[in-house]
Design a protein around this ligand. Structure first.
Ligand code: GLN
Length: 263
């Protein structure tokens, strides 16, 4: 069902190609103590597409998370290099712990299980699970009994669907794009994912609607390998500075068309 992506992540970047692998290095002007997997780069793992947090347009990866982490890269005196890799390897900690990336910025919810495998930055975004359907379809999960509900592999949406989808046929997709494509073509009757990405999608898919939010009270954090406290500190400073400087609000308006907290 889900497309198999190449084992070696595809590096997509606006700023040139970073060499992969090798020992952690601290060249460039990164502050003392900050270890980076590729010299002169902040290497970021993310799972595309996750619009408007991260997606490709015109050969570049853009989005809210990208803008926010560009501030961290700037503080480090390096450029951000984005590695597209399946979300499941991001959220399990495998990508950070194998040295594929310095950070994971992937619209990723802070959870207790994930916190055992890597560290999270301070929370930077509120989210909740939501249901997307073709207009006139189901308006809640119980109405999907005997029908198909699509979810994205390794996500909190998967967890929610498995807990609450008694009698519903759950269908796994590798990424959000594949899941939404299945909703669009009627291959599944509904899809579950975070509210931000679903509201963004229905903006240009007028036959579809977000019919329910589940109030899961999630908060996104940036993932950093355990032990890289110097880098975690820079990421937290970047988030705090973005909020105090007005950049956070600017990015929010740019990517969501409204200010934080506005309906
Ligand atoms: N926020 C959800 C999670 O962390 C989905 C993230 C994603 O698919 N990029 O599981």
């Amino acid at each position: 069902m889900a497309a198999i992506l190449p084992a070696l992540a595809l590096a997509v970047t606006a700023t040139g190609c970073g060499s992969k692998g090798g020992a952690p290095s601290n060249t460039g002007s990164a502050p003392a103590g900050v270890q980076l997997v590729n010299a002169g780069k902040l290497t970021t793992c993310t799972g595309l597409p996750y619009k408007p947090f991260e997606y490709e347009e015109g050969g570049k990866v853009i989005g809210f998370d990208v803008d926010l982490m560009d501030i961290a890269a700037k503080k480090l005196g390096v450029t951000q290099d984005i590695v597209d890799t399946p979300f499941d390897g991001i959220q399990s900690g495998v990508d950070l712990n194998s040295g594929k990336c310095d950070i994971a910025a992937a619209g990723m919810t802070i959870t207790d299980v994930r916190k055992q495998n890597f560290d999270f930055s301070d929370p930077y975004f509120d989210a909740t699970q939501a249901l997307v359907v073709k207009k006139g379809g189901a308006t809640d999960i119980p109405q999907l009994k005997g029908k198909k509900l699509g979810y994205q592999n390794g996500t909190t949406g998967q967890e929610y669907a498995q807990k609450n989808g008694d009698g519903v046929e759950l269908v796994n997709f590798e990424d959000l794009g594949l899941m939404l494509n299945a909703v669009e073509t009627g291959q599944v009757d509904a899809g579950i994912n975070d509210n931000g990405v679903l509201y963004d999608w229905v903006k240009d898919h007028g036959d579809f609607a977000v019919v329910k939010e589940f109030d899961t009270g999630e908060k996104y954090g940036i993932g950093v390998k355990k032990g890289n406290d110097a880098l975690l500190k820079v990421i937290n400073e970047a988030i705090a500075e973005a909020k105090s400087s007005g950049d956070y609000e600017k990015f929010y308006v740019k990517w969501f068309g409204k200010k934080p907290g506005e309906k």
